[in-house]
Design a protein around this ligand. Sequence first.
Ligand SMILES: Cc1cc2nc3c(=O)[nH]c(=O)nc-3n(C[C@H](O)[C@H](O)[C@H](O)COP(=O)(O)O)c2cc1C
Length: 361
Amino acid sequence: MSHNSFGHLFRFTTWGESHGIALGCVVDGCPPNLSISEAEVQEFLDKRKPGQSKYTTQRREADEVKILSGVMPQEDGTWLTTGTPISMMIENTDQRSKDYSDIAKRYRPGHADFAYDAKYGIRDYRGGGRSSARETAARVAAGAIARKVISGVAVRAALVQMGPHKVDRSRWDWDEVNNNPFFCPDPVAAKEWATELDRIRKAGSSIGAVIEVVAEGVSAGWGAPVYAKLDQDIASAFMSINAVKGVEIGNGFEAAEITGEENADEIRMGADGNPEFLSNKSGGVLGGISSGQPVVARFAVKPTSSILTPRQSITSDGEEVDVMTKGRHDPCVGIRAVPIGEAMMACVLADHYLRHRGQVG
Ligand SMILES: Cc1cc2nc3c(=O)[nH]c(=O)nc-3n(C[C@H](O)[C@H](O)[C@H](O)COP(=O)(O)O)c2cc1C
């Protein structure tokens, strides 16, 4: 299985499966002399880890990260990156392979089972193996390192839609995001979602969601005009996250519905002598290059395919069966996708920052 690496100058490779001994990543290209600690990486992993509330999978994983290489302890007890590969490992501690034995041969509709068998002829069915979103823990760890590379950039994300229910943007409050189990910026919507998701969870069903990721402090000039557009790489990074079926940059699909006049991000000279954009429909990217405005992108995740209602499928032997998934699952994978989206945005920006510096100094 190849293609397990991301990025050019800030590059990471992830390894591991859902029910293996451990999973992790190797981050290569991180500049030296950046201060880093396991606790700082852990903070982001804790946001993603399962079992945080009744609204996420009840798999219990501590998701404790160990940094194995690429750092040097200092006299004051802190660690500095050395410029060598940073290897990080997270042990899998709550694997229950027996939960999955009855789907060893059955293809879960909407999951990767059929496609993996068609491609490789062998599949680790325990928890979905490599197709499990356990892999995203490694990306979140890499994202924590990426944030160090672009320390002047603040990357934040929020759940802005659960099923058909959208947040009211007039109530958007970033401080609310960590106050509810959904990373929702609208306290009223968060309450409504709680009732809705309880109903869905109890019915053994699932629901999709939309996540918005915002990066502030990105200087103008990151990205490249043709095959390494910043928005192109963000879209690719988001699409690489499990269950993602759509990506928007800036106003995204809304741009197709409005006129050129409405879509223009007009420019004036600001009081500080710098250009000032009067709107940000472009999502902070023009011609594949950052404009200096906040970089704004969204991604849509589908409803979890593991559901209790039987769905028609086949086995690897060609027998027609009904499949129902009894293992633990997230009723709305969008919740835990919030820190994953932040991590991927941070990795894309760190990579582009280093590439920009490499070309233009
Ligand atoms: C945070 C997160 C948790 C997930 N948990 C589950 C899960 O419990 N059950 C499930 O069927 N799919 C889950 N998924 C989605 C599957 O990993 C994904 O649908 C599957 O790998 C097939 O890939 P695709 O949906 O991108 O085509 C999760 C996705 C994310 C982002």
